[in-house]
Design a protein around this ligand. Structure first.
Ligand code: XMP
Length: 322
């Protein structure tokens, strides 16, 4: 692979970068159609804005509703982009994702089920049927580094989409952010008009809330962890921490409510200080804040009788639980 020239955020001429990338996209696609998937993360948000600057409505942007996103996420993302003049189509694929995860308890198999359903089944089908010859992807330099180092699975997107590049001759992937790291992408996203809530958003994993349920990710368990996540983000949103999350454990524990024994759920709260997610330390959250979290969890999340705070560092812990 030819070396990619890094553009550091500190020296980045953002306006020029946006102009150059928009011109390149426009020249590559010509008068054809391109397609991209928007997840609501900063990379795909920035690519969507760049692509629409270049192509207008000849870029078809899809939000795949996999059923494992945070509360109201598909609607929030669509509304955000509508306000910026960009149409995003939601594809309801919830059943497909839950069917694919049915009965799976192994963490890696669960991640694989989410990935395969996205690439091979849902988005792959959209790409194949769209007639688009170009695919816009939010790959950043860190993704490339991790691929080369063997940390992440090979980013062979065609293969992941179930497309044989030989047969589908003419398909091209455009990766306008490939020279940037996250801090550079945040600058581009800001300059493209995205609000701070979008360009400074905390990271969220590809397997979404399924990475925060120990054991099988059923609709019921996802609903519980989704509520817990909303509370964690509400209360820890002003800590300045790198990332914070709620986790649903598989084990039940004995509690009591209204004078009766309740064999209920336990939620673990994690809040991390980190620079690049490679190592991380639990945030020193004030005890009063932790107590507030616990009170809201047991009152607002059905069946929760136990709330714990995670205090081990990464490594050997990881940030997500799955
Ligand atoms: P871990 O759990 O590996 O997470 O310590 C490190 C950081 O990466 C995020 N993460 C993911 N991001 N796809 C992603 O795009 C994934 O499969 C994935 N798994 C973990 C995690 O949220 C944390 O910021």
């Amino acid at each position: 692979m030819a070396a990619i020239k890094e553009l550091k955020a500190s020296g980045l001429d953002v306006e020029q970068f946006i102009k150059d990338r928009a011109k390149e996209i426009s020249e590559a696609v010509g008068d054809g159609v391109a397609i991209n998937a928007l997840s609501g993360g900063v990379d795909s948000c920035a690519v969507t804005m760049l692509g629409h600057k270049a192509l207008g409505d000849r870029l078809k942007t899809y939000f795949i509703d996999n059923g494992i996103m945070r509360e109201g996420e598909p609607q929030k993302v669509v509304a955000l982009f509508k306000g910026l003049g960009v149409h995003v189509e939601i594809i309801d694929a919830q059943d497909k994702f839950f069917d694919a995860m049915k009965g799976i308890t192994d963490p890696e198999e669960k991640r694989e089920a989410v990935t395969q359903t996205f690439y091979k089944d849902v988005f792959g089908k959209l790409v194949r049927e769209s007639g688009a010859k170009h695919l816009l992807q939010g790959t950043i330099l860190t993704d490339v580094d991790e691929t080369v180092a063997g940390i992440k699975r090979q980013h062979n997107v065609f293969e992941q989409l179930g497309i044989d590049p030989q047969k589908a001759f003419g398909y091209k992937i455009i990766e306008p952010l490939i020279q940037l790291r996250k801090d550079g992408v945040r600058k581009v996203a800001e300059a493209c008009g995205l609000p701070e809530a979008a360009y400074n958003r905390i990271p969220f994993p590809g397997p979404a809330l399924a990475a925060r349920v120990v054991g099988e990710a059923t609709r019921e368990k996802i609903a519980i962890v989704r509520k817990a996540t909303t509370i964690v983000e509400d209360i820890l949103g002003n800590t300045g921490a790198f990332q914070y999350m709620g986790i649903l454990h598989e084990d039940k524990v004995t509690g009591m409510r209204d004078g009766k024994r309740e064999f209920g759920n336990q939620i673990e709260v994690r809040c991390w200080d980190s620079i690049d997610a490679r190592t991380a330390t639990p945030t020193n959250v004030p005890y009063e804040t932790l107590r507030k979290l616990a009170d809201r969890m047991v009152n607002e999340v059905p069946g929760v009788v136990s709330v714990t705070y995670h205090i081990a560092t990464k490594p050997p812990s990881t940030m997500e639980v799955v």
